[in-house]
Design a binder for this molecule. Structure first.
Ligand code: FES
Ligand code: FES
Length: 154
């Protein structure tokens, strides 16, 4: 076992993990952040997307030991003082979810997308989300939500 210290959603955790433990399993099973979900385990679907030191990563594609000393933000760390993050609010208002399984990863990836490109075109949004699959195929409203969060369609 290896000891790691990680800040997750603003709280420091020190835990023993096996070297093979994936970040997504560490987050769900040891930290209790079950808002981050597993859709494939083969880095295809993006459902497990979180931010590591401010950048989106697929947490099934990162080992827990690799985040030692780092800072992780999950979907559960976005709302502040009872207020949804603007991207969460936009997904809500645009009905950008159906079953909701892809939603945590979509939102985390969408925030990263706007961090890198605050005013993306529709095509840039579609390109930026290409690593996130929605099995309900709700892409149209997801793109609208990102456009709304960015301050309007372009
Ligand atoms: Fe990580 Fe699908 S569970 S990409
Ligand atoms: Fe069901 Fe995207 S809303 S997978």
């Amino acid at each position: 076992m290896t000891r790691i210290t990680v800040k997750v959603d603003g709280t420091n955790y020190t835990d023993e993990v096996e070297p093979r433990t994936l970040l997504v399993h560490y987050l769900r099973e040891q930290v209790g952040k079950t808002g981050t979900v597993v859709g494939c385990d083969t880095s295809n679907c993006g459902a497990c997307t979180v931010h590591l030191d401010g950048v989106s990563v697929k947490s099934c594609n990162v080992l827990a030991v690799q985040v030692d000393g780092g800072e992780v933000t999950t979907i559960e760390g976005l709302a502040q003082n009872g207020e949804l993050h603007p991207m969460q609010q936009a997904f809500h208002e645009c009905h950008a979810l159906q079953c909701g399984y892809c939603t945590p990863g979509m939102i985390m990836q969408s925030i990263d997308l706007l961090n890198n490109n605050p005013h993306p075109s529709e095509q840039e949004i579609r390109n930026g989300l290409e690593g996130n699959l929605c099995r309900c195929t709700g892409y149209h409203n997801i793109v609208k939500a990102v456009q709304q969060a960015a301050g309007g369609a372009k």
